[in-house]
Design a binder for this molecule. Structure first.
Ligand code: ADP
Ligand code: ADP
Length: 225
């Protein structure tokens, strides 16, 4: 069983905005929903967990390892699907995954090849393996992002508003994929969609203005949601 323990996380940006205000969370295997409106501090929290920015104070323990002090741990154990992926290089999906696998430290060529193929199959993109990712639809890009996040078999995956901009069919498809992979690892799903949290998550927290208002099971919140 994996365990992510966030304690008293504090982050104020240089412009004076406090994005995470004394946040503490205790998360175990399964899908964890981080629910909050735009500007609540979800992305800031995710980026901090992913090691992309450092907090002013507080600690993040993953399986008892302080990941703020040991960022190499994050590289090996964490998959991050950011909200905005930016620009894709002009190479096909297979080659791109392969390059990212190298960056993640998967040194064995045959193992890498095998994993890339398995992941493309898992996210249902095998038929598009030789196409460039920038030609993909939004839903395909997000599924590609999941394949990318799963490289190296991380125990913790963070997905930030993954279904924003997807049509209902692609959103369903994406959510089913999350459901499949979310049994033995921790998936943190950041969203402002109550429905997604209700349908997918076993645990959740409500975040507003940088503060966690409550943490529990979605059922505990049935009256508020
Ligand atoms: P950090 O404290 O993590 O180094 P900074 O406070 O230096 O981050 O912010 C980096 C830059 O990004 C700043 O110029 C900031 O104004 C800008 N920035 C990025 N996103 C936002 C946002 N959503 N709202 C306001 N400023 C932003
Ligand atoms: P959410 O993901 O829930 O929409 P964010 O973490 O993006 O929330 O933003 C929380 C608050 O921090 C917002 O007020 C936002 O404008 C501000 N913010 C985000 N990034 C930066 C930054 N780099 N510099 C300054 N302010 C930021």
């Amino acid at each position: 069983m994996n365990r992510l323990k966030i304690k008293n996380l504090q982050k104020t940006y240089k412009n004076g905005v406090t994005a995470t205000n004394n946040i503490s969370l205790d998360i175990t295997n399964g899908m964890f929903g981080l629910l909050g409106p735009n500007g609540a501090g979800k992305s800031s929290l995710m980026k901090t967990i992913a090691g992309l920015q450092s907090p002013d104070s507080g600690s993040i323990l993953f399986n008892n390892v302080d990941i703020i002090k040991d960022p190499s741990f994050i590289k090996r154990q964490l998959g991050f699907l950011p909200q905005d992926f930016g620009v894709y290089p002009k190479i096909n999906a297979t080659d791109l995954l392969n390059h990212i696998a190298i960056l993640k430290g998967l040194t064995n060529k045959n193992e890498r090849k095998e994993q890339v193929n398995i992941l493309l199959e898992k996210v249902n993109l095998t038929s598009h393996r030789n196409k460039e990712v920038h030609t993909f639809s939004g839903g395909m890009r997000q599924r590609f992002g999941i394949a990318q996040a799963l490289l190296g078999n991380p125990q913790l995956i963070i997905v930030d508003e993954p279904t924003a901009g997807l049509d209902p069919e692609e959103r369903n498809r994406f959510n089913n994929l999350l459901n499949e992979i979310g049994e033995d690892i921790i998936i943190i799903l950041s969203t402002h969609l109550v429905e997604d949290v209700k349908n997918l998550c076993t645990q959740m927290a409500i975040i507003e203005k940088g503060t966690v208002l409550a943490q529990g099971k979605p059922n505990d919140f049935i009256e508020v949601l």
